[in-house]
Design a protein around this ligand. Structure first.
Ligand code: NAD
Length: 362
């Protein structure tokens, strides 16, 4: 017989999962476990009003299971908004595999995960994310057709980063137009945080247009490579927030903007690729507005990668994906217009615009 105390604990745990799911309005959350391969994964389908839920599979050594759940719920909801604001007929989903991507990867593990994806009959379509690669997607594809981000040799759309960087560049130009009445970045001082896949491609666009680029990264080799190739000036990672620049472009990790460093910022625009840049969406979107710093919503301007994956599903070319990504420029301007007219943070304006598509009819 279950002790009363045990029963209460069971109900409390169940409530806390459902509390989160209800709060963010998820449709379905699937917990996947396989004894043979050691697979422990969570697939979260946030919303399928506009189409199948698409989003990558992240492999990460979470501190605890609750962190994994919180991450997959937050990320899948973000995908719904990203797809909606980009005009794509996709819903939002995401998956996490709990494990060390350097030690725990096996073909069997990914194939088992692929079977779970397949069991959802296309309600969820997976792709690469932090900790997973095109090779892993190949293993998954042996078990399901509901996978994207395959190598180009297998008909996939290839590395999404150049398309993502192009979208960020479009969002930055729209921001310049809003602030200075002209979208030229020539002569503007831009600090790019993160010289990785997206950051390096962004630096290329910026230097080609004649911007003065400052770049930083904790990986010295990547930093040096980008600085040398594009003649950008290297700055220390912890000095960037007080740097005298026109634009700050976060292209490293999320949550880099917080109460302390927003106070230090001297730039007029924040526009970058990183997901979830604001440590607290409500507090920090308002803080940026009050400080007169224009923030280009991350989930809109970094949607080029998703558009690239969409091109794989819909079988259109990279040239067409870039053309669709260019549209980010106009949508960014529309959001700024709404934000200004209604005196609301750009984040709120963007979310409202996305919600109109998600919940206001298909
Ligand atoms: P990446 O891993 O290639 O590059 C990130 C770089 O940031 C790395 O070189 C890393 O060393 C650096 N970095 C980490 N912490 C740092 C710090 N504190 N200061 C300075 N540099 C730091 O990743 P990426 O593919 O270029 O993506 C960059 C960001 O954009 C991520 O937040 C990612 O989630 C987001 N994003 C990427 C894509 C895409 O197509 N790759 C699409 C949408 C969003």
């Amino acid at each position: 017989m279950i002790e009363v105390k045990e029963m209460k604990e069971t109900i409390a745990t169940a409530n806390s999962v459902f509390a989160q799911v209800t709060d963010m309005k998820h449709e379905q959350v699937v917990f996947c476990y396989d004894h043979e391969t050691g697979l422990k994964a969570i697939i979260a389908i946030h919303n399928t009003n506009l189409g199948p839920a698409l989003g990558g599979t992240r492999m990460w050594m979470y501190q605890n299971e609750n962190d994994a759940l919180t991450d997959v719920l937050r990320l899948s909801r973000g995908m719904t908004y990203k797809a909606a604001i980009s005009g794509l007929n996709l819903g939002g989903g995401k998956a996490v595999i709990i494990g060390d991507s350097k030690k725990d990867k096996t073909e069997a593990l990914f194939r088992k995960f692929g079977q779970y994806v397949n069991s959802l009959s296309g309600r969820y379509i997976t792709a690469e994310d932090v900790g997973t690669s095109t090779k892993d997607m190949e293993y998954i594809s042996k078990e399901t057709k509901h996978v994207t981000g395959l190598p180009e040799s297998m008909g996939g759309s290839g590395d999404p980063s150049p398309v993502t960087a192009y979208g960020v560049y479009m969002g930055m130009k729209a921001s310049a137009k809003e602030v200075w009445g002209n979208d030229s970045l020539s002569g503007k001082k831009v600090c790019v945080q993160g010289a990785g896949h997206v950051g390096s491609n962004l630096v290329k666009h910026l230097t080609e247009e004649g911007a003065k680029v400052y770049v930083t990264d904790i990986n010295k080799d990547a930093l040096q490579q980008v600085a040398t190739t594009y003649k950008a000036e290297v700055v220390a990672p912890d000095s960037i927030f007080s740097l005298d620049v026109d634009i700050y472009a976060p292209c490293a990790l999320g949550a880099t903007l917080n109460t302390e460093n927003i106070g230090k910022l001297k730039c007029a625009i924040v526009s970058g690729a990183a997901n979830n840049q604001l440590a607290d969406e409500v507090v920090h979107s308002k803080m940026l507005l009050d400080k007169g710093i224009l923030w280009a919503p991350d989930f809109l301007i970094n949607a080029g990668g998703l558009i690239n994956v969409y091109s794989e599903l819909k079988k259109f070319s990279r040239a067409e994906a870039l053309k669709q990504t260019e549209h980010i420029y106009n949508v960014t301007l529309e959001i700024f217009k709404k934000s200004k007219a209604e005196k609301i943070p750009t984040l709120v304006a963007a979310m409202q615009m996305a919600e109109k598509r998600i919940y206001g009819g298909k």
